[in-house]
Design a protein around this ligand. Sequence first.
Ligand code: FBP
Length: 544
Amino acid sequence: MISSLQKARYDYAPKLPDSLCSSIQDISLEFGSPTESISDREEIRDIFKNTYGKPLVTFAKGNEKNEKIQRELKVGVILSGGQAPGGHNVIAGLFDGLKKGNPNSTLLGFKGGPSGLTGNKTINITKEFLDEYRNTGGFDIIGSGRTKIETPEQFAASLETVKKLNLDAVVVIGGDDSNTNAALLAEYFIANGSNAQVIGCPKTIDGDLKNEHIETSFGFDTACKTYSELIGNLCRDTNSAKKYWHFIKLMGRSASHIALECALQTQPNVCLISEEIEAKAMSLEQIVDLICESIIKRAKNSDNFGVVLIPEGLVEFIPEIKKLINELNDVIAAEEKSFAAVTNFTDQLNWLSSRLSECSYGIMKSLPPDIAQQFLMDRDPHGNVQVSRIETEKLLLGMVEKKLNNGKFSALTHFFGYEGRCAFPSNFDADYCYSLGFSAFVLIASGLTGYLSSVKNLTFPAAGWIAGGVPLTMMMNLEQRHGSKKPVIKKALVELDGKPFKTFAEKRSIWAEKTCFLYPGAIQYYGPSEVCDSPTKTLILEKE
Ligand code: FBP
């Protein structure tokens, strides 16, 4: 039997911006001026000969009937990368838009991520099937995957699938890497004589797919609220028993947006922000000193308890460890087979001794062996170290314990990551995702390709949100990947001169000493709008 909340969520009607609520034929498109990529314009124009420089698009209520929007369409949708709350609602918005446009339109789901496209593995999405996933978390409706479409064979196989299925369009629901793929596919299809369109939707709990036109990626709101509830609960527990420090690592592959938002929601004693650590070129030792400072100050007031937040990607922002990771990536990639043949850790260290610089080898040897081994685990398909599997919270706690050498200090470690990725989407994410999916339909029905579905003005009630599309090439620059320059969507890191970080930085010295915890509680799905619909503090501060 399903839970009563799950049943109630099936019936929740997501809110849409006014421009998308009217009769489907009344939706009109307003086009801006041609756009440019953020940098490396000539090179990117050259790579995207057919799709570069398109104008921004905004949807509005038009005076003339938009007949085109009612043509019959066949669309395929992909969920790509890590789960993020709201993915099912993007599919629901897309499906409902397609059916509103023309009841004969069909939606196919590619199974298991981008490999479903290259391997032509699909599910037909019907209303009955979809209804059991509306407003629920997870990507289990069709599954997700991290396959990167990069080889000529993979591009050709994708086109082959699109032709075989006679698809008008493919929608890619993904983060920066997946939407870079969407842009490349859009270009490839045109360059190879296909009319199939490609539209992206901005997904990732990490919150790092955002810019002037994309205010936030979906899933960030729910994940942060879920983690903040858990952090708040730990804050209250430790403020009750007054005997433990909690070292909590928070998901977010690279940027510290999640840690920062959770700090704004809960006011912990310490929150590390990777971007600041990199800007100040802080060493591991200095980070440990910073944590110890708060522990010592609080101990003087007999407060032998507290909470420390640690962003998942921290290690890659500490200059000496970043250097170590880069060297490891290079030497392992260069001699993949030889490294794979070495199985035990002592032999791996010996293998590395002649290949790493003296400094990096020294760090590798100084790390606790179980942590050092985590640096050697398989890279993901995009070549990234799997930071969610490096136990930074344990590394830091071990070093703090060593430094303090104080019997009164007692601590526990936690990692909040996967717990937040499939939560029931908050009303904000449920509404935002449904609107993104519906907008993706309008972009497709309007014949556009190479666009990211966009919904702006998100600190206003949903009726006032502004929907439209942003050309994918507009968000691109060239970056070094696997030894050569590649076009990629620029990742948004925490801006140290931005309002969210500044607000945190102004208050943190007080939080480090006094107990100022906030207890946000669980996400509320029903009740007054100010309790149920409010966006993240990050978004509110950024829009002030
Ligand atoms: P996306 O960028 O694909 O949305 O994934 C983000 C993320 O949740 C990171 O926060 C985390 O480091 C990573 O996925 C974990 O990946 P996996 O699910 O493969 O373990």
